[in-house]
Write a protein that binds this ligand. Sequence first.
Ligand SMILES: Cc1cc2nc3c(=O)[nH]c(=O)nc-3n(C[C@H](O)[C@H](O)[C@H](O)COP(=O)(O)OP(=O)(O)OC[C@H]3O[C@@H](n4cnc5c(N)ncnc54)[C@H](O)[C@@H]3O)c2cc1C
Length: 443
Amino acid sequence: MEGLTKIDDLGKPRVVIVGGGFGGLELAKALADAPVQVVLIDKQNYHTFQPLLYQVASAGLNEGDIVSPFRKILSNQDNFYFRLAEVQGVDPVAQVVETTIGRVRYDYLVLATGATTNYFGDEQMAKNAIAIKSVDDAIELRNTVLSNFEQALQLGDMEQLNSLLDFVIVGGGPTGVEIAGALSELRTHVFPKDFRELDFKQMDIHLVQSGPVLLKGMSANASQQALESLQKFGVQVWLDARVKSYDGYTVTLNTGQQLITRTLIWAAGVTGAPIAGLRPDCLLPGNRYAVDEHNRVQGYDNVFAIGDIAAMRTAAHPEGHPMVAQPALQQGRLLGENLARLLAGKPLQPFHYQDKGAMATIGRNHAVADIKLFDKEYHLQGFPAWLAWGVVHVVSLIGFRNRLMVLLNWTWSYLSHDKGLRYIIGKAKPPLQEAEVEEKAIV
Ligand SMILES: Cc1cc2nc3c(=O)[nH]c(=O)nc-3n(C[C@H](O)[C@H](O)[C@H](O)COP(=O)(O)OP(=O)(O)OC[C@H]3O[C@@H](n4cnc5c(N)ncnc54)[C@H](O)[C@@H]3O)c2cc1C
């Protein structure tokens, strides 16, 4: 076949997995003993543990602590092949994927491309806000926060100063709550020592949530606790408020209220990251592929989708499972077993989601957790929830080194009240030009 990229042909059925996130990586591991060749294609050469991205953004962890190179994770798996490339299209008739390094043939294709930031079509927001979806985003946010304070030292004008010291976070889900809590910890324990010339009473943290509660989807108790803890930490929470516009300086809410900030953090939603080439009718609203109970994409025999990009509609989840790590992991594991069954001519097992609950941390000794165990639900808050959150995240990280580094960093931060990774390396959001600021200033 023309233009095929060079990959050994093992003479076994080839499973091509696009995306090595929670779902794709789990699937690759589950196929270790199957009589197949596994080809993982990802545009990054590492797996990202997204739940801890906010810790990189808030100088609590090093980016290297939450990522792992695919080649290292699966170095002992003989049937595993990796290619660093972006997949740009699928040709289901020729059974190839088009990538930035050429075409790759498949016998079975699994799309595990996850999701991407959703700005709901607001181009101005996409241009001016900072998202928190990738390691690059997290580093940009950390650099921007630190650069803001460095720049603020040079300013006398109060409004200009506040535009740098104040932060607006949009989205009151776990990511928004966690980043708001982390910024408030930095404001109390870390920044006043670093920037003694600045008055941190001037630093406001706003959290804007479109609905009536934070942490929608968690228990009412968890939502209320999160709200009370954030308010106790001095975060200004705006419930039932939507951001109408943001020009890089002025945030306008639907209530007419205006907030001034040069840093708006967008944690308000994601949308699937589909690949061109499949029939349009298999793509549902939210850009997720409609899949059956075996994760087979509607209308195809040998194309599957798992994780955030897949919407398996069930009575309990009419729009598909929540876009969190557990469905991706569980679907990846089961699909690995099912592909082995398929090749052995055995019947496939349907997917049943085991919801283990949800948790969010708000700051030192403060977290909320709704844990589902043996058909019972337990609601934790405060220190027990915070400890449970820490244990679950350390255990879930990939690789012993990362677990150890995270544990060491957290222990040190806990004992010292410090976050030691406050360096500016690489890109920060560029500062607005003086003339631009004057034009935008509210009088
Ligand atoms: C900031 C943040 C915090 C979160 N916190 C939590 C939490 O606390 N608990 C929880 O359960 N979930 C959390 N989530 C959600 C969770 O991370 C996702 O649900 C999960 O990662 C989905 O797994 P996935 O395998 O579907 O996709 P992902 O893990 O997103 O992986 C997708 C992979 O596909 C690759 N890819 C995408 N497109 C292409 C392409 N065209 N070509 C090649 N490669 C491609 C990407 O590089 C990536 O490696 C959080 C997400 C974010 C962003």
